[in-house]
Design a protein around this ligand. Structure first.
Ligand SMILES: [Fe+2]
Ligand SMILES: [Fe+2]
Length: 188
């Protein structure tokens, strides 16, 4: 049986009793995890394809989890507060497509660098400019503090459950394998 490589970001598991945080703060902290992975990937040279692949796989898992907790918990709860939610859903599709393109690229190739650059731009535009600069401040201005704290609890709990779920990790690994196999068979 293949062993999963050790995590490279040292994402800390949330303690059993989680600190109360507003949903917007939980999400910004998770954006930091994504940015940190992106930075490490950018700094890792083509001569280290194994590390690049491991980092890209970790980014795949974290970004997938991020989209899932926003779409299942956060966006539905705040969709009446801001019109920005509608665009956010389609930006997630764009992010997922670009994540798939990066996953299919060989970590030692120029194409990997190109796909990584596009993913970085799409992520910056969605997470930093749209969510952190516009959507989250608007939500913090109009939503009840109690609602944001309750959502923050739910987001943290869901993230912790996803991170510790072997079934979920296996599902993501299979998804990546399928993407790569499809890309190989479609190659000229
Ligand atoms: Fe998002
Ligand atoms: Fe986000």
């Amino acid at each position: 049986m293949r062993r999963r490589p050790p995590a490279l970001t040292h994402v800390r598991e949330a303690p059993a009793r989680q600190e109360p945080k507003k949903a917007t703060r939980v999400l910004v902290e998770h954006h930091e995890v994504l940015r940190d992975l992106m930075r490490k990937l950018t700094e890792t040279p083509r001569s280290e394809p194994g590390r690049r692949r491991a980092l890209a796989d970790e980014l795949f898992d974290e970004l997938w989890m991020h989209e899932r907790i926003e779409e299942e918990i956060f966006y539905p709860a705040v969709r009446d507060i801001t019109p920005a939610i509608a665009a956010a859903w389609s930006e997630h599709r764009q992010l997922s497509d670009q994540l798939a393109a990066l996953t299919c690229a060989g970590p030692h190739t120029e194409r990997f660098d190109r796909e990584l650059g596009v993913l970085r731009d799409v992520l910056r535009s969605h997470a930093h400019l749209d969510e952190e600069q516009h959507m989250f401040p608007e939500i913090e201005r109009f939503a009840d503090e109690e609602l944001l704290l309750d959502l923050g609890d739910r987001l943290q709990a869901r993230l912790r459950r996803l991170r510790s779920s072997r079934r979920f990790r296996t599902l993501l690994r299979l998804q990546r394998a399928l993407l790569r196999r499809t890309a190989r068979s479609a190659a000229p």
